[in-house]
Design a protein around this ligand. Structure first.
Ligand SMILES: [Zn+2]
Length: 317
């Protein structure tokens, strides 16, 4: 999963950023009074968001452009209405319903972000040669970009631009709530490159013991990348990554693969002991759902129809 693309004549690498540490407020929205305007043309979707996210999870899913809530250093375009509807339905299917099924119905209500904010366009950082895929601010708000180019049944694409980011940011929220083992930081100490990670090709990063180039930025990014990659990637992709990693000799006794498996074991144990989450169950649930949706337009139409958005304009990719 080499996250790079050629744009404007320079090399852009996709990044996740602004992961800060802050405590969570349990409740930010009043779930008793309806929070949507039933006279607007968007009322059916606003009602869906209210019923699905606000009432059930205390999460506000924001799709209208909001200058105050946007990062003004980017040139951003609002999310299209139809794309916003698609992403809201897919986010429930591939994220919220996963934790509801595998962990507990109220788990995301308790620990999930309070605001999901989506933006239509990408967020480029020309000076760093990177593209920001998503941000999590204080564990409260997760922002996702590029919604207008979303391909709703292309799983590799959905993971690369949306769901990898969601699981990544959510893993940050979890470790900001209950710390991961300090020993994790020591595994790759001295090999992180906070400002130069984007210049490491994927195979080189894997060989050093990082699941992605971005994981080589710092330990906490590394930690959540391991979790997010394992949950969202197919077994074949995970195995291919381990194979590349095995070609890198990190010490006399360990390859990049040995390092990654050591990190994985630590992350797996932490999820089990700190959160009572079985990462294998979580992964199986995500993979089953991805497999159902992958390339299957009919299944996508079924999902949209069940949510109340089966019209052509919502199901056309
Ligand atoms: Zn992060």
């Amino acid at each position: 999963m080499k996250k790079s693309l050629i744009l404007l004549g320079s090399l852009f690498v996709l990044a996740l950023s602004s992961c800060q540490e802050e405590a969570l407020e349990p409740k930010l929205f009043d779930t008793k009074a309806p929070s949507y305007d039933s006279t607007l043309a968007t009322a059916p979707f606003d009602k869906y968001l209210y019923d699905t996210y606000v009432k059930e999870y205390n999460v506000s899913f924001l799709y209208r452009m909001n200058d105050v809530g946007s990062n003004l250093s980017y040139n951003l375009v609002p999310a299209k209405y139809e794309k916003s509807v698609q992403l809201a339905v897919l986010t429930k299917y591939l994220w919220f319903d996963v934790y509801k099924t595998v962990v507990a119905p109220d788990f995301l209500k308790k620990y999930g972000p309070r605001i999901l904010y989506i933006v239509g366009s990408p967020a480029y950082n020309p000076e760093q040669g990177t593209e920001t895929l998503g941000t999590a601010e204080g564990g409260i708000k997760v922002t996702l970009y590029k919604v207008n180019s979303m391909q709703p049944t292309n799983i590799a694409h959905l993971n690369e631009f949306f769901f990898h980011t969601m699981h990544h940011e959510f893993a940050h929220i979890l470790h900001q709530t209950k710390s991961y083992p300090k020993e994790y930081d020591a595994i790759s100490a001295g090999k992180y490159s906070p400002t130069g990670w984007q210049n490491r090709p994927l195979a080189e990063a894997n060989g050093l013991g990082f699941v992605t180039s971005y994981a080589g930025m710092e330990a906490r990014e590394d930690f959540v990348e391991v979790i997010s990659c394992y949950i969202t990637e197919t077994q074949a992709d995970w195995d291919a990554m381990l194979k590349r990693a095995d070609a890198g000799k990190v010490s006399d006794t360990e390859t990049g693969k040995d390092i990654i498996l050591r990190k994985f074991d630590m992350a797996k144990n932490w999820l089990a002991t700190a959160w009572n989450i079985d990462i294998e169950e979580l992964r199986t649930e995500v993979q089953n759902r991805q497999n159902q949706l992958r390339g299957d337009k009919d299944f996508f139409i079924q999902l949209m129809t069940e949510a109340g958005f089966g019209d052509d304009r919502f199901v056309n990719e």
